[in-house]
Design a protein around this ligand. Structure first.
Ligand code: SF4
Length: 333
């Protein structure tokens, strides 16, 4: 895709300083390190990784909901990294978020009509009939009856609440919607309905999504490209079909091997890769490749040298010393 990206992230890092222990010793946690990615107009980029990999922090940093330590974030042609509070509020018209818990964006004391109307009033100054008409249209867009307009969020099921949160997020037609585990708390059939709704809205309104989830099957279904995150870094990124059919990074291979296969014959043929240990402490990340403490293929170089992103002939790029045949995109050490 050669169009100007809706989202352009370059070398983004997020660090937290935590105080700990009796003497309140400070330590630095690198939640996100040197992440670069883009999202094209109308594209869905999936972001996967274990819990604690930094994917939600990355999503929040892009929307400036957590402070950026270094790097650049450009949304819809605007560098949002250095914006002050008032300019940032205005920029939020172009970048919205759908959370795992809809209550994170819905005010339980307001009717759903008022919840959806709020961004229309704040960003577009709509009032009266024009605003109310738009709220009705939005409810219909997310397949909810306008009959519900005066009811409160607690009167709805989890799936319906997520539809309301989506209606609010897309109310002002943002360029970018960051979806942070939007279906993780829902049952499987409701998950499918919400995923299909997000797909339909993207196609109809030309939205672009950064879709964050730990469920690889869900991400594969909805994403044009997939990025895999480990310990705050992108370790593989490419077209979703290539990443899932032919994963290049040992961590991606392990994640995909753990996805349940419905066909018992294929499941028996599949080689499940069991990773050693858990995710290392982000405040005490291993030197060299961050995956070297769990990688079944770790070599001497992996303990001392960070692999740069290497393009793959079959599409996308990967950060692994096993793939050093191509030129290095970012040969960080
Ligand atoms: Fe494994 Fe080394 Fe590749 Fe890291 S660089 S994933 S440790 S082989």
């Amino acid at each position: 895709m050669n169009e100007t990206p809706v989202l352009d992230v370059q070398d983004l890092s997020v660090q937290f300083r935590l105080s700990r222990g009796l003497f309140r010793r400070k330590r630095v946690v690198r939640a996100v390190s040197d992440v670069s990615l883009t999202v094209a107009p109308g594209e869905t980029l999936g972001l996967v990784g274990e819990s604690g990999s930094g994917k939600s922090t990355l999503g929040r940093a892009i929307l400036r909901l957590v402070p950026i330590t270094s790097g650049r974030v450009v949304v819809h042609g605007r560098d949002v990294g250095g914006l002050r509070a008032r300019a940032l509020r205005r920029a939020r018209e172009q970048m919205q978020m759908v959370f795992q818990d809809p209550y994170s964006s819905l005010d339980p004391s307001m009717t759903i009509g008022a919840n959806i109307a709020e961004p229309l009033e704040v960003f577009q100054g709509l009032r009266g009939r024009e605003r109310d008409q738009r709220v009705v249209e939005l409810l219909e867009l997310v397949n909810l009856s306008p009959y519900h307009i005066h009811r409160y969020p607690y009167e709805f099921s989890g799936g319906q609440r997520q539809r309301i949160a989506i209606a609010r997020a897309i109310a002002v037609r943002p360029a970018l919607v960051v979806c942070d585990e939007p279906v993780s708390a829902l049952d499987v059939s409701t998950q499918n309905q919400i995923i299909n709704l997000l797909e339909d809205l993207r196609a109809e309104l030309g939205l672009s999504y950064l879709f964050i989830a730990h469920d690889l099957a869900v991400v594969r279904h909805i994403s044009h490209r997939t990025a895999v995150m480990y310990l705050g870094r992108i370790v593989e990124l490419g077209p979703s079909d290539r990443v899932y059919e032919d994963p290049a990074h040992p961590y991606t291979q392990a994640l995909i091997s753990a996805v349940p296969i419905p066909d018992p014959v294929k499941a028996r043929q599949g080689n499940r890769i069991i990773l050693r240990g858990g995710l290392p402490d982000p405040g005490n990340a291993p030197s060299g490749c961050p995956f070297n403490t769990r990688c079944p293929f770790a070599m001497e170089i992996c303990r001392t040298r960070m692999p740069g992103m290497t393009p793959l002939d079959r599409g996308g790029e990967v950060a692994c010393h096993l793939q050093t045949s191509g030129p290095t995109l970012a040969g960080r050490t």
